[in-house]
Structure formats: C-alpha cells, structure tokens
Ligand binder design. Structure first.
Ligand code: HEM
Length: 144
C-alpha cells in the first residue's frame, strides 16, 4: 500500500463546502422541505409575539408564510417562483410600511434563530442562515 494514495486529500476536499456555505448553496443543501420547515417554525411564533403580531396580516398569515418561503427558495439558489409571482423583491420598499426599529429587528432575528434551532440543520448551514438573516434584518431597519 502506497502512502501517497491515501484518501486524505479527497476527504479534505469533500469537507470544504461544509465549512463555508454561501446563501446560494442553501436550497441545494436543505431542499424545499428544509426551508418550509424553517419558515413554518418562524410563523408559528408570530401570532403570540407582542411586537411582530400587530404588523402581520392576521387573516393571511399563510400567505405571508408562502411569500417569505418562496423568496428564500429563490434567494438560496432554488426555483424563482417568487420573482414570477411578486416581481423584484425590493425588500426595503416592501417593508417601509412596517415600523422596524432596532427592537423589532432584534425580535424578528430572535424568532428566526429559534426557528433555525428547531429545524436542526447541519451546523454550517445554520451558521450561514444566521449571518444572512442578521444582515438583511439590519438593512431593513427604517425607524430610530
Ligand atoms: C427586520 C425585521 C422584519 C420585520 C418586522 C418584517 C415584517 C414583515 C411583514 C409585516 C411583512 C408582510 C407579511 C406579508 O403579508 O407578506 C413582511 C414581508 C416580507 N418580508 Fe419581512 N420583516 C422583517 C425582516 C425580513 C427579513 C430579514 C427578510 C428576508 C431575509 C424578510 C423578507 C420578507 C419578504 C420576502 C416578505 C414578502 C414581501 C412581498 O412579496 O410582499 N423580512 N415582512
């Protein structure tokens, strides 16, 4: 047996994608099922939340859930149904109606982090999701 033929380098290569996951790889790694599970876990918390519940459409939470899920499927490298149905995301414009200050942003992120824990994704995916949501949520702050 020749030591130069050891499988070590191949294993290293195989482990690379799991160390840093980009948003565009997430759909491929967790699939539609994974993202549906995540967004469902997020929306289950919304009706009980004192800051967020008043902002979301009580009568169309299922629609809100579908819009966020379809957006994320698209943003994370999957099919672009969101764009076909809703057009360009324009997230800052679409959130302008909602009073998003630091505490609303923090609450949204905290519900999403709880949902990420519940979804039990592989650690590199969970890390990439946390970074993505924190950044976008900060970008959406529109009130002091
Ligand atoms: C920072 C705190 C946030 C608050 C308070 C907030 C609140 C809301 C509310 C009230 C809606 C309307 C629900 C509906 O009827 O669709 C909405 C829609 C949406 N939000 Fe957020 N959001 C926040 C952060 C985010 C983040 C971080 C993302 C993306 C990563 C996001 C993506 C979306 C999308 C895609 C929609 C649907 C837009 C549409 O097509 O009309 N939101 N958000």
């Amino acid at each position: 047996m020749n030591d130069n033929q050891s499988p070590q380098p191949l294993n290293l290569l195989a482990s690379l994608p799991s160390e840093t996951v980009s948003p565009e790889q997430i759909y491929h790694l967790v699939g539609e099922d994974g993202l549906t599970r995540l967004i469902s876990a997020f929306y289950q918390q919304v009706p009980q939340d004192d800051i967020l519940a008043p902002m979301y459409p009580e009568a169309d939470l299922a629609g809100a859930e579908r819009r966020l899920r379809d957006f994320l499927i698209f943003r994370f490298g999957g099919p672009s149904h969101y764009i076909e149905q809703r057009g360009h995301p324009r997230l800052r414009m679409r959130h302008a109606l909602f009073p998003i200050d630091q505490s609303a942003r923090n609450r949204w992120v905290s519900l999403m982090e709880h949902a990420i824990d519940q979804a039990a994704f592989p650690a590199p995916v969970a890390t990439a999701l946390r970074a993505f949501f924190r950044d976008v949520a900060t970008f959406l702050i529109n009130r002091a």
